[in-house]
Design a protein around this ligand. Structure first.
Ligand SMILES: [Zn+2]
Ligand SMILES: [Zn+2]
Length: 278
């Protein structure tokens, strides 16, 4: 298999996932994976998400006694700086009113690297989510160009930020607006992102969802695998992320069909090197 480790898995400590850690560890052992990373969501700096993170940390540390191949990670996502500040002051997301602005808000992530390291977290997936679909600060109905621009801004932020180890599912878009044709995004933007990843010594993720989701076309899947291959040939290490939320099924065979077509072979996929773990 090309894929021998999985660096993006959600446990029951994520608000949207159901996998008990023990089930993940058992299935990963059956699948012959040599390392797995648990990356529960820490979306906001509020009690709910930080509580989830603390529970995940505690659960993983306990499970590592039995399964030392389990690594503690986290998934961080770009949020609005004004909302982060609002939560920092009030302790809650409630009552947050986005200030009027023509420009996109500054980006923030829920935790500092210092806080994560203190908890024992060893790496972070940095990945864009819903904000790509609402690029305008005034929350005007976004068009494709506005989404692409915001997508690019967020990828560049994540590719440069010291808290991010792996750029997670860089193709994600909640509304799936480019799942027919990833080439609607200018090539220069994709190259900028790749160059920034290379400069900052980060990894890029091959996320299984895009090979499996019925929202994507085969054309998109081929483009996705080709872009990964291009980055790999630039020297950017590629990690696999099942991004599993439930039952931890083995999706590797379906994914590898596309990877092989793009030129990947055994030995091309990376683990996170020890020097890159916090
Ligand atoms: Zn994600
Ligand atoms: Zn995820």
């Amino acid at each position: 298999m090309i894929i021998k480790s999985d660096w993006h898995i959600h446990s029951e400590y994520s608000y949207d996932a159901e996998n008990p850690l023990e089930l993940i560890a058992e299935r990963a052992t059956e699948q012959g994976l040599c390392r797995i990373g648990i990356t529960d969501h820490a979306n906001f700096n509020d009690e709910k998400f930080l509580g989830d993170l603390h529970a995940s940390v505690k659960g993983v540390k306990e499970m590592q006694k039995k399964y030392p191949f389990m690594v503690l990670g986290v998934e961080l996502t770009p949020i609005e700086r004004p909302e982060f500040d609002h939560i920092a002051i009030t302790g809650t997301r409630e009552g947050y009113e986005p200030p009027a602005s023509d420009k996109p808000y500054d980006i923030e992530l829920a935790c500092s690297k210092e806080e994560l390291v203190k908890l024992g977290v060893r790496y972070a997936i940095g990945a864009s989510h819903w904000r790509v679909d609402s690029p305008n600060a005034k929350k005007l109905e976004p068009d494709l160009d506005a989404c692409i621009k915001e997508w690019y801004r967020q990828q560049m932020f994540l590719a440069a930020d010291e808290r991010v180890t792996i750029l997670g599912h860089p193709w994600y878009n909640g509304k799936g607006i480019w799942y027919e044709d990833f080439y609607v995004i200018p090539r220069s933007m994709k190259l900028d992102i790749a160059n920034e990843l290379k400069r900052s010594g980060k990894y890029v993720e091959c996320n299984s969802h895009f090979f499996l989701t019925p929202k994507a076309t085969d054309k998109f899947r081929r483009q996705y695998a080709e872009y990964l291959r291009e980055m790999f040939e630039m020297g950017i290490p590629v990690t696999y992320g099942s991004d599993s939320h439930k039952n931890y099924p083995d999706a590797r065979e379906k994914v590898e069909v596309w990877l092989r077509e793009a030129g990947f072979t055994e030995g091309d996929f990376s683990e996170i090197a020890e020097k890159d773990l916090w």
